[in-house]
Design a binder for this molecule. Structure first.
Ligand SMILES: [Zn+2]
Length: 398
């Protein structure tokens, strides 16, 4: 059997500068005024969505900021999988108020909209000008990110994921200046998540831990975050699905999602995310669900590489999903089955044909998946032909 040293590419180099101050604690939202002040905020743009307004969180944050002496302008129309149009509307609102600080409050969509708005407001142009890494030349406004889902981990990443309104292409626009200066993690805010959001965002966080664990750019540093994110989410996801009011489990999911986001920042994602994006674009499958239903098949595909199987086995053993007496490939299979079980517990269909996809759709989906940015980071090279096999396996799994 290979050792961990073989897998971690031994002395892979890294250069890690934490960009985001992380503040964690139940009811830590009460500190939002003090934290915004530490960023010299006077006129704040609060970016959120209707569900967060209805849950009362937006009004509470606005009141806390105002009582700390700040003027607050609200954009409440952030949408799931935010598009360039959604960002443009947010920029229009921001331009009218000479804002100096942005607060993103909600799931990944609110935080991505806030980041997208920040790019255009400070650097001009359109979202596609920032597709890639490090394309903003001018300084950007400070961002305070407050996630209400456990979740995308967007609060710990410098990327905004914005979908082109015309082409449906999901653009990853990254720049160290776009990263939140502060991530405020209050587990109590995540209690209001609807069951479906808890399920999809939780599966997504778990998938982030598993994909970052084995990507080509992984480093000894990113592995720390991937492993801890996996440990927290694999244990807590069944708890939040069974008992939505379990605040401790909610807290571990929120923290696990943030650590998984930190792992993404340092090691990118893989084939499950590449395969998921076309399912969201063409069939409207929620991101976390799409990632979750492709993930078991990607785990099996990747586990054909012995060093990757060993990496999966190591965390499967640690989580007592497999016995160390079993071969790594068998342990990886236990891991894949656990993901399928969690989808089942969450009430999310494991079969692609339940989401509206038909066998004749597969060649087009596979071509699009192979062109996704994250495909290149998968530990095993993955071609359009491989994606055809992955989608076929997911269509009506055994
Ligand atoms: Zn994801």
């Amino acid at each position: 059997m290979r050792t961990e040293t073989d897998f971690a590419d031994a002395l892979a180099t890294f250069d890690y500068q934490p960009l985001t101050r992380v503040v964690f604690g139940v009811n830590s939202i009460e500190r939002v005024g003090e934290l915004a002040k530490s960023l010299d905020a006077r006129r704040v743009l609060l970016v959120t969505d209707r569900g967060i307004v209805a849950a009362g969180h937006a009004g509470r944050v606005q009141a806390l900021l105002e009582s700390a002496g700040m003027e607050v302008t609200c954009f409440k129309q952030a949408q799931e999988n935010p598009t360039t149009k959604c960002v443009d509307r947010c920029v229009e609102v921001a331009r009218g108020s000479a804002i100096d600080t942005i607060v993103g409050l909600g799931g990944g969509s609110s935080m991505d909209t806030a980041k997208g708005c920040n790019f255009i407001l400070t650097n001009g142009g359109q979202m596609k000008d920032y597709w890639g890494v490090g394309r903003a030349t001018r300084p950007m406004l400070p961002l305070l990110a407050i996630p209400t889902t456990g979740g995308t981990g967007s609060e710990c990443q410098s990327f905004a994921l914005i979908t082109d309104e015309q082409t449906h292409q999901k653009m990853a626009c990254g720049d160290p200046k776009a990263a939140a200066r502060i991530a405020l993690l209050d587990p109590a805010l995540t209690l209001s998540q609807p069951a479906r959001v808890t399920a999809c965002s939780g599966i997504d966080a778990l998938a982030h831990a598993l994909e970052t664990l084995v990507t080509k750019p992984r480093t000894p540093l990113s592995l720390i975050f991937s492993r801890e994110a996996f440990r927290l989410t694999i244990g807590s996801l069944p708890r939040v699905l069974a008992s939505p009011a379990d605040l401790e489990a909610r807290g571990w999911m929120l923290l696990g999602a943030a650590w998984a986001g930190t792992a993404i920042e340092n090691s990118m994602l893989g084939a499950a995310h590449a395969a998921a994006n076309p399912l969201t674009a063409h069939f409207g499958v929620a991101h976390g669900h799409a990632v979750g239903l492709m993930l078991p098949h990607v785990l099996r595909f990747n586990a054909q590489e012995p060093v990757v199987a060993s990496a999966y086995a190591e965390i499967a053993w640690a989580a007592q999903l497999a016995s160390p007496s079993e071969a790594p490939e068998a342990a990886a299979e236990h891991l894949a089955r656990r993901i399928e079980l969690l989808l089942d517990l969450a009430g999310l269909p494991c079969a692609l044909d339940h989401c509206g996809a038909k066998p004749e759709d597969i060649p087009r989906l596979a071509d699009e998946a192979a062109r996704q940015w994250t495909a290149q980071f998968n530990p095993r090279p993955v071609t359009a032909l491989n994606f055809r096999d992955l989608y076929t396996a997911a269509l009506t799994p055994a």
